[in-house]
Design a protein around this ligand. Sequence first.
Ligand code: NIG
Ligand code: FE
Length: 423
Amino acid sequence: MSSNYKLLVKNAKQVVLICNNGEKYLTKHGMQNLCVIENGSVVIGSDGLIKAVGPAETIRSQFAESSFEKMIDAAGMCVLPGLVDAHTHPVWAGDRVHEFSMKLAGASYMDVHRAGGGIHFTVEHTRAAGSLELLASLSSRLVRMQRAGTTLVECKSGYGLELHTELKMLEVIEEARRSLPINISSTYCGAHAVPKGKTVAEATDDILQVQLPRLKEKISSGSLRVDNIDVFCERGVFDLGSTRSILQAGKDMGLNINFHGDELHPMNSAQLGAELGALAISHLEEVTDEGIAAMATSKTAAVLLPTTAYILRLPQPRARDMLDAGVVVALGSDFNPNAYCCSMPIVMHLACVNMKMSMPEALGAATINAAYALGCSHTHGSLEVNKHGDLLLLNTTRWEHLIYQLGGHQELIRYVVIKGSVV
Ligand code: NIG
Ligand code: FE
């Protein structure tokens, strides 16, 4: 007998919906109540999309169990939307564990960078690495993220800083998108650092005259999909003027603007992003009040990265001020050789303890709002009919354990489901 539906998750103790009422994001009070169904079920269709979610009793009366390909009895478990990681740098070669001891001994991020380490170290190794080696390490990192509950992840290039390696990285990301179940939003980040021996003006020219035109050809021919454009807007890296021209050129090509701003120094990146219609700005440890107000008005998401502030002992991003002002606050792991963290549950935990977010706010920021930062909240980030059937099942009767428990989530996360398939 043929099955009409792919998966029934039935009788879960709690089903956390994320109550966005059809909105693309949550702000302020909307983040306080995530809508939890006690004793609920979820139906995923053969196309991998959610067909129904509601009280177990209602679902039972509407769907015959014989019409499901697979069933999970979730009694005693919690169901949550798959987590969304809105900021990662997962394609690279070369080990930077030695820099962690330098930083523990007092070196700042920029001390390491100026001494030829940091991004430059990774660029050297990534340029020398073959695509297969990069794909193998990327795949194992993505699988690790998936095991920790991430079902949609942003992946940046940015360790090439020249055409050949930037394209190599984006092609490796494209290959991972085709071969792995995890959903990927890809970002061209050729302006991640100024290559050694070049001035900012020369690096900007290379991006505008050489890299972006070639990227455009690749995208138009259908051989590559790229979703976002990124620049590291920072003192000693790309200034406001060069950031503006690169982001505008990317936007003209149809890419979403999603960049690094106001991290180590106040640069007015937030105001620039709001003016350009950026979908998201990451970091923002040094954002000003004016920057927060501009982002609240433009509904540019603030992607906050608690791991980076923690590891570099930076001031904490001002999550409370942003939430109070009505900014769309999202979260990301910033996975990279500086912040080696694949786990969004740990990111949410740090956001709560260090940035003073509540657990519902952290979950909203790591689901619907992170999806919004990637332009995907119409398809991802909450359990709503017609969205992707991406969800987590926790071995516990209260969903807050996902944030409360610090590490060891392999035991807690019983199943990860992407488009209706257990992965
Ligand atoms: O988001 N701030 C710039 N870029 C990365 C770090 C990249 C690296 O150190 O390799 C970040 O933290
Ligand atoms: Fe980053």
